[in-house]
Write a protein that binds this ligand. Structure first.
Ligand SMILES: *Cc1c(COP(=O)(O)O)cnc(C)c1O
Length: 393
């Protein structure tokens, strides 16, 4: 058999990421590849840093995309900031907090876990108690937008508490950036990382990161070398740094960076506040439809993410069969449950470019049909109307 070119089907991506990528971004990625030290490319890198500072709402000079997905941004924060023996308080309320623990331990640090219920925000009082009990803690880490559950935590409050106990903070903003406010300077976040394939509407494979001067100070004063050569910021900055002449570190993913540049230009054109408002508006429309159908949200209203809607699976429904119908008959992908929530929830993403009324209505109509065919206990034929009413209001 001769293997031919790969032509993927056109899907609608409403899972936990990747989300739909705009044609503008895909087109930008198909432009001619340049050398990674070409002066024209270097100018583009400078613009990229400016655009990322805008997205993160920061003046941090050390703001750039790591050449690998969100997990690598996470790892970049931990390997650079955690030294062997450092005590790190990790607040966990879902899958991604568990990965933070892994990172701390692989850096030779001691992870003190503060466990919260899955589907709830991180509890500030529990963090405060943990800091009182561990006066030698150096870092506090938590996830802003827990993609495994759809819960949103209060970054400003948590960072404020951590700073009262002289801890640096690492905040996971993979799913939050572009979808809800992420204010790095106003909230005094020390180190943060994000991803391109969630609310930034770009392809997967890059991870924007930002470090403030306190985080940089900790990195500069390390007693031991950063254990990862690739992610050692002292070395990476030889390529991405602003002041010195750029030197080869690794070959940047040139065309992927064109895509992120375009995605950030689109975000700038729309405006951050408008992007946040759009995510909220489409979330409310989806919610109106889902609730009219009789489906229930996992997360209490005040702690819900507009871009990640976790819904309990109705009694007796084969959840995988529903997703299979959505994919085969509607070209629509929604997410299954992850970790402890596997088999219990669907995760409907309304992220970035995918957060639009057309997708809300498509998803509600498809769920109405699939659940109806599987004889699930829902109210049929009302979801789309309810969403339309909400959109018009
Ligand atoms: C998706 C995600 C990650 C990991 O990003 P990848 O690009 O898949 O490596 C980390 N944290 C959160 C909260 C995420 O949603």
């Amino acid at each position: 058999m001769t293997i031919k070119s790969f032509h993927p089907p056109q899907r609608v991506l409403m899972g936990p990421g990747p989300s739909d990528v705009s044609a503008r971004v895909l087109e930008a990625m198909s432009r001619p590849t340049l050398g990674h030290l070409d002066p024209v490319f270097v100018d583009m890198m400078d613009e990229m840093k400016t655009l990322l500072k805008f997205a993160f709402q920061t003046k941090n000079e050390l703001t750039m995309p790591v050449s690998a997905p969100g997990s690598a941004g996470m790892e970049t924060c931990f390997v650079n900031l955690v030294e062997p023996g450092d005590k790190v308080i990790v607040c966990q309320n879902g899958v991604f907090g568990g990965r933070m623990k892994e990172n701390v331990e692989r850096c030779g640090g001691i992870a003190v876990m503060v466990q919260d219920e899955w589907g709830r925000a991180v509890n500030p009082q529990k963090l405060e108690d943990a800091l009182k009990a561990n006066p030698d803690a150096k870092i506090v880490a938590f996830v802003h937008a827990e993609t495994s559950t759809g819960a949103r935590s209060d970054v400003k409050t948590l960072v404020g508490i951590a700073h009262n106990y002289n801890c640096l903070t690492i905040v996971d903003a993979v799913t939050s950036l572009g979808g809800i406010p992420v204010k790095v300077d106003e909230w005094s976040i020390d180190a943060t990382y994000s991803g391109t394939q969630k609310c930034l509407s770009c392809t997967p494979g890059l991870s924007p990161v930002s470090f403030n001067s306190n985080a940089q100070e900790k990195i500069k004063n390390r007693q031991s070398k950063v254990q990862s050569w690739f992610m050692d910021l002292n070395l990476v900055m030889g390529y991405w740094g602003g002041t010195t002449k750029r030197a080869y570190h690794h070959t940047a993913p040139i065309n992927a960076l064109y895509g992120l540049h375009e995605a950030l230009v689109i975000l700038q054109e729309e405006g951050l506040e408008n992007a946040w408002a759009r995510h909220q508006k489409n979330h409310l429309a989806l919610r109106a439809g889902l609730e009219a159908m009789g489906l229930k949200f996992v997360v209490p209203e005040a702690e819900r993410l507009p871009q990640l809607n976790a819904i309990s699976i109705p009694e007796g429904v084969d959840e995988a069969a529903v997703r299979a119908i959505l994919l085969s008959d509607y070209q629509l992908e929604i997410g299954a449950g992850l970790g402890a929530m596997a088999g219990k929830v669907w995760r409907i993403g309304l992220m970035g470019y995918a957060s639009n009324p057309r997708n809300v209505l498509l998803c509600l109509n498809a769920l109405d049909d699939a659940l109806g065919r599987l004889k699930a206990p829902i109210t049929r034929g009302v979801a789309v109307d309810a969403a339309n009413k909400q959109l018009a209001g």
